[in-house]
Design a protein around this ligand. Structure first.
Ligand SMILES: Cc1cc2nc3c(=O)[nH]c(=O)nc-3n(C[C@H](O)[C@H](O)[C@H](O)COP(=O)(O)O)c2cc1C
Length: 306
């Protein structure tokens, strides 16, 4: 059996699989459940300052190749999230990554200030939300200077919590955004958030299937993009990365780690392989390590030859 433990931003994880933000991750019970099912750690759904309703149903399409969602970041707000986080922390069995989101740079700061007071492990800053103060409402993660502002301001109030910037694939040059976040003080990255938006049409009604019309694409189809972008960020910044996007099997996890990821986010695969996907992926990683005489999984990080 290989040693699957990894260290990310100074935090120890028993194995590299983490629940990606937003997928089954709203309550303490759901975070505990993913840990019981083998995850190295859960990431919370992105916490917003105030209650946020999200989009009407249908919000998710599942196909063999991809998932498309327009859940619209539904959230009960900061105070309810804190109750759930307290509940998880009471008998914490694995680190907790808290994802935060906002429409204004100040929202992120207000949430981060509160989170910094709790014994959580990592703050993941979901900068993929539209910047409501920007003339065009473009997501923070799509404008390098906006991304840097958010990360810099969060970092000022985050105390000893590592700050991870969650990057969007919907950019011309992810390296530019990653570098800006690193200049802002990011300790690491999560790459990538959903791709798109995409559109799926019902042939009978000739209408979009999702009530929101368009949605973010995740799942197996985006894996090659995630692997490439993780590699870009790894090479440019050298900072640790939670490689996320289409990881469904142990081989997928190994691939994204070879590209440069230290941790591996798993979201859509919960729909494809069930809640115990974390244990399944960790077992598959172990089998591969045994066959390939790898004793310490962390030795494979960033080892792609190119
Ligand atoms: C239903 C759903 C909800 C999501 N909600 C969030 C969210 O609240 N915050 C966030 O940063 N990412 C969110 N994501 C993006 C995932 O965390 C992840 O980055 C993306 O789905 C790619 O990984 P995957 O292919 O393993 O799902 C969501 C994804 C899905 C499918």
């Amino acid at each position: 059996m290989a040693n699957l433990s990894v260290k990310f931003c100074g935090v120890e994880f028993t194995n590299p699989t983490v629940l990606a933000s937003g997928v089954v991750g709203v309550t303490a019970a759901s975070w505990k459940s993913v840990v019981q099912n083998g995850a190295g750690a859960p990431t919370t759904k992105s916490v917003r300052l105030n209650e946020h309703k999200g989009h009407p149903n249908p919000t998710i399409i599942t196909t063999e190749h991809f998932l498309m969602n327009a859940v619209g970041l539904p959230d009960a707000g900061l105070s309810k999230a804190k109750e759930e986080i307290d509940e998880y922390l009471k008998d914490k069995k694995a680190p907790l990554i808290v994802s935060i989101a906002g429409g204004k740079a100040d929202d992120y700061v207000a949430i981060a200030e509160e989170m910094a007071k709790l014994p959580i492990d990592i703050l993941e800053v979901n900068i993929s939300c539209p910047n409501v103060e920007n003339e065009f409402g473009r997501p923070f993660a799509c404008v390098a200077s906006d991304a840097k502002t958010v990360i810099k301001n969060v970092k000022k109030v985050a105390g000893d919590k590592p700050v991870v910037a969650k990057l969007s694939p919907n950019v011309t040059d992810i390296k530019e955004v990653a570098n800006a976040c690193a200049e802002g003080g990011a300790d690491g990255f999560c790459a990538i958030n959903t791709l798109g938006p995409g559109l799926a049409i019902n042939l009978e009604t000739r209408m979009p299937i999702l009530a929101n019309k368009v949605g973010g694409i995740s799942g197996p189809a985006i894996k090659p993009l995630a692997v490439k972008l993780v590699h870009d960020v790894y090479k440019t910044t050298g900072l640790p990365i939670i490689g996320t996007g289409g990881v469904t099997t142990g081989e997928d996890a190994l691939e994204i780690m070879m590209a440069g990821a230290t941790l591996v986010g798993i979201g859509s695969a919960v729909y494809y392989r069930g809640i115990d996907v974390f244990r399944k992926v960790a077992n598959e990683i172990n089998e591969w390590c045994d066959k390939n005489s790898v004793e310490n999984l962390s030795d494979i990080i960033g080892t792609v030859k190119m």
